[in-house]
Design a binder for this molecule. Structure first.
Ligand SMILES: [Zn+2]
Length: 116
């Protein structure tokens, strides 16, 4: 499973070609090329194993070099600490999706870093 090309394009446009977490400018041509400037990957905000989809609302573009937001913010730790961005929220707001007992969720919205 993976995002269709047009979904990735739409997510890219929504974020203005910047990382959803750190706001760094990315290079469209450097998807998956982690040794290249502006490298990035599309990320499933809600993991597939938790019922996430390949739709736009579940897609966030994250950088994969230097800061590596995809690794540290997308897949670091456990699901409780991962990034979630919702379509109905402003771009570049970071939502930490905290899973609590009995499948109740608490969302914490933190303004993204400066320079965006
Ligand atoms: Zn980043």
């Amino acid at each position: 499973m993976g995002f269709p090309y047009y979904i990735v394009e739409q997510a890219w446009e929504r974020q203005g070609g910047r990382c959803a977490y750190c706001g760094k400018k990315l290079s469209w041509d450097n998807r998956g090329r982690d040794d290249a400037w502006g490298a990035w990957e599309p990320h499933h905000k809600k993991p597939l194993e938790y019922g996430g989809t390949d739709y736009l609302r579940n897609c966030a573009i994250l950088c994969i070099n230097v800061d590596n937001c995809h690794l540290y913010c997308g897949h670091g730790g456990d699901f409780r600490q991962r990034i979630v961005l919702y379509d109905d929220e402003l771009p570049y707001l970071i939502v930490v999706f905290q899973r609590k007992l009995y499948n109740k969720y608490t969302r914490i919205v933190i303004p993204a870093k400066a320079g965006i």
